[in-house]
Structures are given as structure tokens and as C-alpha cells.
Design a protein around this ligand. Structure first.
Ligand code: FAD
Length: 416
């Protein structure tokens, strides 16, 4: 049995960041994949640079921004002002939908505006569907917030807790919309990612920078955690048994519970996301848009443009399609339908596909329900009493981003 002070499960951005903060100490990372990075990976194919769907760096605190800038010193990057759109009723409009209802047909605009006027706080709402109807009014909820999120999460919106999207849902009331119009549609600071940074060689550059700070011998790749005994402080992998003082998990909570309890926690639910990275033989038609949201009948819920963000020549997109966790994914069908829908919405014309690549994110978006929130809080505090800590979006079972991974790693570093 090997002994280690800080045993870290998962070599994604969360696990690696925490490890760099403890690099002077006794640590070890266990990673089941043969490559570090988790979802923060890039692929280099035929001249295209692709991530697991575009992974961009936005910051809600100066501390994480400063950390990122220092970490990435010398790496070529783009500073991007987001240009996001919504494809609604066969037309492109600016995103967020709720701030741009004046771009709808007059009748629909008046419907959304009057519903918003009579909307209220949503404090008493019982679920996400109720919440958005109360807070934004039926117009905005039924035209965009509900159908879009049902495609993304692949479930009914009344199954999710009212705050399940947290800061990722741009907040709005009638007064703030009037102010937005008065300020000449200036959205600065209204959404979490108005500006973001992106390394021209993909998000993987961040992982490369983190890895440079670490001892490669202390990152055990292609080694899978299969059992965890929190009383004995032991982790069993398919190669070794480890005894730890502190256990830091960034693997998904569903995996952790399965390893710890020997059974699945069946109140946890989530979606899977099929990502199709596709490179075409000619430039894009719209040369500015960062990504587009699709609440309608198209197979995808979002299409993003690597070429516009990284300023490269040929059209290169990531397409995201939501599935329930039980659903079988027919990749060939999804690809064919994607090409048809990209043509239909005008993203491609005579373009030919140069290269493409599928990637399944599982879990993609966790389903936050009232029932699972209390179970998770209890479970995580019980684990903490046994020196077990969770960091990152999937380990904490939340909707969060990579700057949260940094923040959670900093906080935990101070704590243990
Ligand atoms: C479609 C999509 C787009 C996104 N876009 C952005 C974006 O633009 N910007 C942003 O900031 N965030 C984005 N995110 C969120 C971002 O991906 C996550 O916040 C971040 O990658 C979480 O990193 P992590 O290290 O916590 O988890 P992960 O990256 O999931 O890493 C966990 C690691 O644990 C390993 N592991 C799992 N099971 C085991 C096991 N049994 N044994 C050993 N190892 C195991 C995995 O292989 C993996 O390497 C996006 C998420 C999705 C789904």
C-alpha cells in the first residue's frame, strides 16, 4: 500500500490546479484517461484546433483572472468580446433573448414586454419552469427560456430546482430592461462572459501550463479509481491501493458515490452532450458571431465558431446536442441531421466538410433538483468530517465553470 498526504482524483483543470498549489508537498494524482485535461482538452486535426466544445476563459473575480494571466504568461491568446445570437422564428437576433425582445415581431415583442411588466420576483416558485414564468413572464419563458433549456438539459424544466442555473441565467426585470434600452443596449457586465480569453492553440494550453509546474511522476495516467473507503482512508485503483491523509475528488459525484458506496445514487440525474467538431473547406458566412443558441426544431441547441474566436481562415464549428443519460446516441444520424440543419439556418452554403470528430460529454449538465441538493449537502459535509473534499463542476454536482475550479482549489488550499 502506498501512503500519500494529498491524494487527488482526476487530472482535469480542478485536480491539476489544486496539485500545483500543493506542489511542495506530498501529493499524487490518479487519472483514468491516458491524457490529463478532463474536459479542458484540445484536439489538433487537419490544421483545425478543437476543444471538447469551445472552452473559453471568463472570470468573475480579479483573483482568478490574475492567476490565469500569470499562468498563461507567454502563451498566444485572443481577448474576445462575445457576440452571441439566438436563431428564433427563422431569423437571427442578439442574445440574451430576454434583453433583445425588441428584435421580435411587434406582436411578440408586446406580448413579452407586457408579461415582463406584470412579472414578479419568483421567490415562491417551486421549480425552474415556474421560476422563469414568474420572473420573466410567460412570453420570454415560453418562447426561449423553457424550450432552449429543455433541449440542452434533455428533461422537463419543472423537474429542475428554481435556481439550478445560478449566475448563468442573465437576470432581468422590467426596470433593468428599460435601463438597458436607455443606455443604448449596452450589455457590459450583464452576462458572466461578455469578454473572455482564448489561447489560439486551444484550452489545452492551460493544462500544459499547469502540467509544467508539476512532477510528471506524480500524475498516474491510465489508472482508474474503483473503490473508496473513507473510514480506512483508502483508495483502490485498478493498479494499486493508496492510503491518504486528505482525499480531494474532482471526479463526478455519481462516480465517487458509486466507488464509495458500491452502488449508484439513483436520485442523481444528468444529461449527456454530443459534441460534433466540424471543419469546412471555406470561410464562414458570418465572420463575427461567437456562438448561436437554437430553441427551435434544429437538432442542436448551440453552435459555436472556433474560427471567429481564434481568427482562423476556414469555418470550424462545435455543435452541441443534448440527450438524456439513458438515451442511445446515433452519431451518424446526428451528424447528417446537423449538416442539414446548418444549411437550413444559413451557417453553411456550398461548404464541404474537411474533417469532423464526435465527443460525448457524460455527465454534461447535472440536473439540480430540490431532492438531490439536500442529499448532496449532507453527503459533502459528512465527507468533510472524514477529510474528503470535492472540487469542480462534476464533483460538487453544480453548474459552474473553469474559473470556479481555480477558486475552489485556492479556497481548499487555504483550508487543508
Ligand atoms: C458543453 C460544455 C461547454 C463548456 N464550456 C465552458 C467554457 O467555455 N468555459 C468554462 O469555464 N467552462 C466550460 N464548461 C465547464 C467546464 O468543462 C468544467 O467546469 C471543467 O472542465 C471542470 O473541470 P474538472 O477538472 O472539475 O472536471 P473534469 O474535466 O471532468 O475532470 C475530471 C477528471 O476525472 C477523471 N476521472 C473520472 N472518473 C475517474 C476514475 N474513476 N478514476 C480516475 N479518474 C477519473 C476524468 O477522466 C477527468 O480527467 C463547459 C462544460 C460543458 C459541458
Amino acid at each position: 500500500m502506498k501512503k500519500v498526504k494529498y491524494l487527488i482524483l482526476g487530472a482535469g483543470i480542478s485536480g491539476l490546479t489544486f496539485a500545483t498549489l500543493k506542489r511542495q508537498e506530498d501529493y499524487l494524482i490518479i487519472e483514468k484517461s491516458n491524457k490529463a485535461g478532463g474536459l479542458c482538452k484540445s484536439f489538433y486535426e487537419n490544421g483545425y484546433v478543437w476543444d471538447v466544445a469551445g472552452h473559453f476563459f471568463h472570470f468573475h473575480s480579479e483573483e482568478t483572472k490574475k492567476y490565469y494571466i500569470e499562468l498563461m504568461n507567454g502563451v498566444e491568446q485572443k481577448n474576445v468580446k462575445k457576440c452571441a445570437k439566438v436563431y428564433y422564428s427563422e431569423k437571427m437576433m442578439d442574445a440574451p433573448f430576454q434583453f433583445n425582445i425588441h428584435q421580435l415581431k411587434t406582436k411578440e415583442f408586446i406580448e413579452c414586454l407586457t408579461d415582463l411588466y406584470f412579472a414578479h420576483s419568483g421567490d415562491s416558485a417551486e421549480n425552474f419552469e415556474d421560476y422563469v414564468k414568474c420572473k420573466y413572464g410567460n412570453g420570454i419563458a415560453n418562447k426561449f427560456l423553457i424550450p432552449y433549456n429543455e433541449k440542452l438539459y434533455a428533461c422537463k424544466m419543472n423537474e429542475l430546482e428554481k435556481n439550478s442555473m445560478g449566475a448563468f441565467l442573465p437576470k432581468l426585470d422590467f426596470c433593468s430592461l428599460m435601463n438597458y434600452y436607455r443606455m443604448d443596449n449596452n450589455l457590459n457586465g450583464k452576462t458572466y462572459n461578455d469578454f473572455f480569453m482564448y489561447p489560439v492553440n486551444g484550452c489545452m494550453e492551460v493544462i500544459n501550463s499547469l502540467m509544467k509546474k508539476l512532477d510528471k511522476e506524480k500524475i498516474k495516467l491510465s489508472e482508474k479509481v474503483i473503490e473508496i473507503d473513507v473510514d480506512k482512508k483508502e483508495v483502490v485503483t485498478d493498479r494499486e491501493i493508496y492510503n491518504y491523509e486528505y482525499l480531494i475528488s474532482s471526479v463526478s459525484l455519481s462516480t465517487f458515490i458509486e466507488c464509495e458506496k458500491g452502488k449508484k445514487e439513483n436520485i442523481l440525474n444528468w444529461n449527456k452532450v454530443l459534441v460534433l467538431n466540424i471543419g469546412f473547406d471555406r470561410p464562414s458566412i458570418d465572420k463575427n458571431v461567437s456562438w448561436i443558441y437554437f430553441p427551435g426544431s434544429e437538432i442542436f441547441y448551440r453552435v459555436g465558431f472556433y474560427n471567429n474566436i481564434a481568427e482562423t481562415q476556414k469555418l470550424s464549428v462545435y455543435v452541441e446536442i443534448g440527450y438524456s443519460k439513458e438515451e442511445e446516441i446515433d452519431i451518424e444520424y446526428a451528424f447528417k441531421q446537423t449538416i442539414n440543419d446548418l444549411k437550413k439556418v444559413g451557417i453553411i452554403g456550398d461548404h464541404n466538410v474537411d474533417s469532423w470528430q464526435p465527443y460525448i460529454i457524460d455527465p454534461g449538465y447535472v440536473h439540480i433538483t430540490t431532492e438531490c441538493t439536500s442529499m448532496i449537502n449532507n453527503y459533502m459535509s459528512k465527507m468533510k468530517e472524514k477529510n474528503v473534499y470535492m472540487i469542480g463542476r462534476y464533483a460538487r454536482w453544480e453548474y459552474s465553470a473553469m474559473d470556479d475550479s481555480f477558486e475552489q482549489a485556492f479556497k481548499l488550499n487555504k483550508e487543508i
